[in-house]
Design a protein around this ligand. Structure first.
Ligand code: ATP
Length: 351
């Protein structure tokens, strides 16, 4: 297994796009690491650069003890699973799984043994003689993983491995992937644009934008204390409420009220700020932001309420379904204790 050490890494396409831009990153041996970000932020390019499928323009890539920056893809000790799985359509499942050994000219017996043992662990034993076209999306994904495992690589790179699966299979595959990674202890980097997936699976997450890392942290850190308003907006199934306000006398003036930030902030009075309130931490209160109920979404056990407030819209206020307010009524809501985040209105960085 291996650490991954990226230093000053840039990847520039022939058209001049700097898809990865001076990036530093250390991934620990055995870690399950997510690259998360919106479309076009450079996640796939970074993964392909680590794999050696794109050449870096600047910087170094060290895997374990070895500088592989100029080493060919096939010799880096890296296995990559692509978004479309890239299985060989004319080969059976068994042949697909043992392919890396065939390339290395391993004996027929070794190839067969690898196919048998890897497929057993992945629930593919019954499918060894089928071809990829005769498999479901989830089964194809497992064959692609099995093939990657047969490579006995030190590093596993996964590019949106769950994106072709329907919602239910995706959930199953998540659990499966997490268990597999833990059992094998493989250093794994996976790319996703799905924040829920990254939060659920990863030991740590790098949130990317424009070829750079905006925030690096555990799922908890990234969810609870997004470093800037971009990350705040990107993470969370309902986006965070970001309200324009002013800091004065130790309080944040926002949407016609004054909210207390957790702890003392070293801001001067009159500083423009953005108040961040996660919908999950927003509750009905006697004192807080008052607004008119404009939308009520019934989710079964709970209902999500949208409030139109002075100059702002507050989304995701969660109330028990039986307490659902009528549209047009007035409600007051406030962040749970310690859950108000304050961002500098100019730099958009967490204060
Ligand atoms: P997605 O989630 O949509 O796959 P991504 O975060 O993986 O996006 P990349 O595919 O790495 O992003 O693309 C990063 C940037 O590089 C984008 O601006 C993209 O248009 C550009 N790009 C990607 N591939 C190439 C290429 N072969 N030639 C030129 N530009 C490219």
């Amino acid at each position: 297994m291996a650490d991954i050490e990226l230093t000053g890494l840039s990847t520039v396409y022939p058209n001049g796009v700097r898809a990865v831009d001076g990036l530093d990153l250390s991934i620990t041996d055995g870690e399950f690491f997510a690259l998360l970000g919106p479309s076009g932020c450079g996640k796939t390019t970074l993964l392909r650069t680590i794999a050696g499928l794109e050449q870096s323009a600047e910087g170094t890539i060290v895997l374990g003890e070895k500088d592989v920056t100029r080493v060919d893809a096939g010799k880096r000790g890296v296995a990559m699973v692509f978004q479309d799985y890239a299985l060989f359509p004319h080969m059976t499942v068994a042949q697909n799984i043992s392919y890396p050994l065939r390339v290395r000219r391993a004996s027929k017996q070794a190839q067969q043994d690898a196919a048998t043992s890897t497929s057993a662990g992945l629930g593919l034993s019954e499918l060894l003689e089928r071809r990829p076209a005769q498999l479901s999306g989830g089964q194809q994904q497992r064959v692609a993983l099995a093939r990657a495992i047969t490579m006995s690589a030190e590093v596993l790179l996964l590019d949106e491995p769950l994106s072709n699966l329907d919602a239910r299979l995706r959930l199953e595959a998540r659990t499966f992937l997490k268990r597999l990674q833990r059992d094998l202890g493989l250093t794994t980097v996976f790319v996703t644009h799905d924040q829920a997936e990254a939060l659920a699976l990863a030991d740590r997450i790098a949130v990317m934008a424009e070829g750079r890392i905006r925030q690096l942290g555990t799922p908890k850190e990234v969810f609870q204390r997004p470093a800037d308003t971009f990350v705040a907006n990107f993470i969370g199934s309902t986006p965070m409420n970001l309200l324009t306000g002013t800091y004065r006398d130790g309080l944040v003036e926002v949407a016609g009220t004054r909210l207390a930030p957790p702890g003392d902030l070293t801001l001067t009075d009159g500083t423009p700020v953005v108040a961040g309130i996660r919908p999950e931490y927003l509750h009905p209160a006697s004192d807080g932001i008052t607004g008119t109920v404009s939308i009520v979404e019934n989710l079964g056990v709970t209902s999500l309420v949208t409030l139109e407030c002075p100059g702002e819209v507050l989304v995701g206020l969660t109330v028990p379904e039986q307490d659902e307010p009528a549209v047009g009524t007035t409600m007051t809501a406030a962040p749970a204790k310690g859950r108000l985040l304050v961002y500098d209105g100019e730099t958009n960085q967490l204060v």
